[in-house]
Write a protein that binds this ligand. Structure first.
Ligand SMILES: [Zn+2]
Length: 382
């Protein structure tokens, strides 16, 4: 039987945070949570036992979460401990500077989407994420002591872990040796421990957390976890994986691009400011003669691009998801739109959409002049 590790968290006494702990993959792991109502409580708990991560609400009764984060880094010397802060509403630029200075790893602004906290922590804790996106690599799993070899496909690869769908039942035990074979023929050898195991009639699914990943291997994993390149007729399709964060790596991609490139951004749901700067730097590396465009842009991508025009570089947006809201039945819906669906003149007006539940007309849930700004750029050539 595989041993499953326990994940210890210290969290603020906030209904938003506590309700997130019941969502996403949290239900499938052995989670031990300590709730602290004040900054002083957090410090006391930290001095007793080092958790895997700390999740704070921005305003604690006796301190600001960013001041507390600075204390955690500077006074307690816990520089590696992941600290996530949940704010109410949006974050101003001045506040963002404070966030960066505090040394906090991630800031989420409420309301949070379902399972969002899990997805963020998964990156830091080496937990499998919920997306179904497959990395086109194969895994060979060898359980120590049993020398049994199993083949499977890797899903949701991150630098710290992966989900592996096995073709045969899993009979081994933790720790494991995993050989990940990329589509480019590269083989990465990793040691891992099983976080959970779900048997199926034929095969099973393993969530694996990697152990002692050496820097060179981490760089190769970062690349595999960031993008995938496929050729479709005369177009190169680059599919971005789920997250664009400080761990995103586009190493080796720009030089492979020629003629026509389409970026598929439908899976991109987690973006932070460090990820944005990696992405913008990558777009600048693309040779001038390459013509590129973006399809199925996710709402998080569009939201970032509405503030930072460099997110689309010299490219054109073909299609994108837009947020709508039904005031009649209180339901949110994302709709995929083509740039041509948007009225541009005399003002940017999104197309009317009806609610899938009650049939009433929904309202566009962002500022059209900001969210739809990329629609006024020239249309893509292909
Ligand atoms: Zn409705």
């Amino acid at each position: 039987m595989a041993t499953t590790p326990v994940f210890n968290l210290i969290v603020s006494n906030s209904t938003i945070i506590v309700s997130q702990l019941r969502q996403g993959g949290f239900r499938r792991i052995d989670l031990h949570t300590q709730v602290a109502s004040t900054a002083a409580n957090v410090v006391t708990l930290l001095t007793k036992q080092l958790p895997h991560a700390v999740v704070l609400e921005a305003r604690l009764p006796d301190s600001d979460a960013f001041d507390l984060c600075r204390r955690i880094r500077e006074e307690l010397g816990m520089t590696e401990l992941p600290v996530v802060v949940v704010c109410e509403g949006s974050i101003s630029r001045a506040a963002m500077a404070k966030v960066v200075a505090s040394g906090c790893d991630e800031v989420l602004s409420a309301p949070l989407s379902r399972g969002q906290l899990y997805d963020v922590l998964a990156d830091y804790l080496g937990l499998p994420r919920r997306s179904q996106l497959r990395v086109n690599v194969l895994a060979q799993v060898t359980a120590r002591g049993t020398f049994v070899q199993l083949r499977g496909s890797v899903y949701d690869l991150t630098v710290s872990g992966a989900r592996i769908r096995l073709e045969q039942p899993f009979v081994g035990e933790s720790p494991l040796t995993i050989c990940i074979e990329s589509s480019a023929g590269q083989e990465l050898l990793l040691n891992g421990t099983v976080v959970w195991h779900r048997p199926y009639a034929s095969g099973g699914e393993l969530a694996v957390r990697f152990l002692d990943v050496k820097p060179e291997l981490a760089q190769q994993l970062e690349v595999l976890a960031t993008w995938r390149l496929d050729q479709q007729d005369d177009v190169q399709v680059v599919t971005l994986q789920r997250s664009l964060t400080e761990r995103a790596s586009f190493a080796g991609l720009a030089e492979q691009l020629k003629d026509k490139v389409l970026f598929d951004l439908r899976h991109l749901t987690l973006i932070n400011s460090m990820g944005v700067s990696h992405w913008v730097a990558f777009l600048r590396e693309i040779p001038e003669e390459v013509e590129y465009s973006f399809a199925h842009c996710s709402v998080p991508f569009c939201t970032q691009a509405s503030f930072i025009p460099d997110m689309v570089g010299a490219g054109r947006v073909r299609s994108f998801f837009a947020p709508y809201f039904c005031t009649a039945c209180d339901r949110e819906a994302e709709r995929e739109l083509k740039v041509g669906d948007v009225t541009v003149d005399p003002a940017l007006v999104p197309p009317t959409q009806l609610c899938p539940s009650c049939g009433e007309e929904m309202v566009f849930e962002d500022i059209p002049e900001r969210y739809l700004r990329f629609c006024v750029r020239p249309k893509p050539q292909f």
